[in-house]
Design a protein around this ligand. Structure first.
Ligand SMILES: *Cc1c(COP(=O)(O)O)cnc(C)c1O
Length: 373
């Protein structure tokens, strides 16, 4: 059977190495996974209780309208239900947006080293990906992205993905840069600007703004949020979207009716109200990042200050080699060569003792592998 060239050349998403696989391959019992930006505190206890309560109902189909969750989200996020959409993880939201708005050959615009889901969804849907280089400090170059859009009308760019903050770099676009970008592209009829805000709850930068105010000001702006990170529900697959009502109306026609299961719905309602857990999740990440910065600095390894729950650092060596040695010690970090970083690793914040074990292992490993640059 013939398969389209976009599909043939598709490189699948490379997830973090699972704990069980690492135990099996390296003959280890104790393994620490700091590779997938998961919440080290686990799921919100309130979410677990809500799920337990619902288990007797698993023979039922989920509520396709997600009534309770959308009501709760509407109050928390301050947007009417008509502007909210839900997906099986925000990766499904990304995929459906591309499917809706890109005809084969249309363009999707993003940055070099942006979260890889944009490119994968674009390719899978026969759209063409246009990549603008990042700035010298690894940030999305919004000025250059705007220039690219206007310089290439033939690219028919229909969607622009801005991960804010971005994974794996941990960088963000400051409010002023977003404002300048939207003053050029806001309210256009031919392009949607999607801010992927998977990590917005972890941002400490004072000059950061999430997309809320821009969604109110411009009619072509979308924000994606996830329950996989601060809410600790990655396994349940739930993403949320704030968008213009017209987008949500079309989205709800295209999505599968039961894309968000009932367990995810009740867990999210509970987690959204668990402010204690949210605050604790922020605190552990901020403390963990500061600890990593201090240790990396002492080891002489350059890092990028992160607005997420992870940090990308330069091992100054072949990162694959460093990673392999870390795995042998039972520490799973994330190689990011697929993002163009051959000497860097990405490290998620874990529990205090996990962070300590990771830094101790790294220090030992560095001694055994000579610096390459
Ligand atoms: C983790 C992450 C997501 C969340 O994906 P889900 O499909 O909701 O689990 C989205 N965007 C970025 C940039 C991420 O790092």
């Amino acid at each position: 059977m013939k398969v389209s060239p976009e599909i043939v050349s598709l490189i699948p998403y490379k997830p973090g190495k699972p704990i069980s696989e690492t135990q099996r391959e390296y003959g280890l019992t104790k393994v620490i996974k700091l590779a997938s930006n998961e919440n080290p505190l686990g799921p919100s206890p309130k979410a677990i209780a809500a799920i337990k309560n619902l288990l007797q109902q698993l023979h039922r189909y989920p509520d396709p309208t997600a009534y309770d969750l959308l009501q709760t989200l509407s109050k928390k996020w301050n947007f009417p239900v008509q502007q909210l959409g839900l997906g099986n993880g925000s990766d499904e939201l990304i995929d459906i947006l591309v499917r809706i708005y890109c005809e084969p050959g249309d363009g999707v615009l993003t940055s070099q080293s942006a979260f890889s889901a944009y490119e994968i969804s674009a390719q899978a849907n026969r759209a063409k990906v246009h990549i603008v280089p990042y700035t010298s400090d690894y940030k999305f170059d919004l000025k250059a992205m705007g220039d690219y859009f206007f310089a290439h009308p033939e690219a028919k760019i229909r969607l622009i993905f801005i991960a804010n903050p971005n994974n794996p770099t941990g960088t963000y676009a400051p409010r002023a840069e977003v404002e300048a970008f939207l003053s050029r592209l806001g309210n256009r009829e031919d392009v949607l600007i999607v801010f992927d805000e998977a990590y917005n709850e972890f941002v400490r930068a004072k000059d950061y703004a999430n997309a809320d105010e821009f969604i109110r000001k411009y009619k072509n702006v979308i924000a994606l949020r996830t329950f996989s990170k601060i809410f600790g529900l990655a396994g349940l697959r739930l993403g949320g979207m704030v968008a213009p009502p017209e987008v949500i109306e079309i989205f709800n026609r295209v999505r599968k009716p039961f894309n968000v299961n009932d367990l995810a719905q009740v867990a999210a309602v509970a987690a959204l109200q668990d402010s204690e857990f949210i605050a604790a999740s922020q605190q552990i990440v901020w403390k963990g990042l500061d600890y990593f910065y201090e240790k990396l600095q002492k080891m002489g390894l350059p890092y990028i200050e992160s607005q997420g729950n992870f940090v990308m650092f330069d091992t100054l060596r072949d990162a694959a080699q460093v990673n392999e040695a870390l795995l042998r010690k039972g520490i799973i970090m994330r190689p990011i060569k697929n993002y163009g970083f051959a000497t860097h690793l990405r490290l998620s914040v874990g529990l205090e003792e996990e962070n300590l074990a990771a830094m101790t292992a790294l220090e030992e490993v560095l001694k055994t592998i000579p610096q390459a640059k």
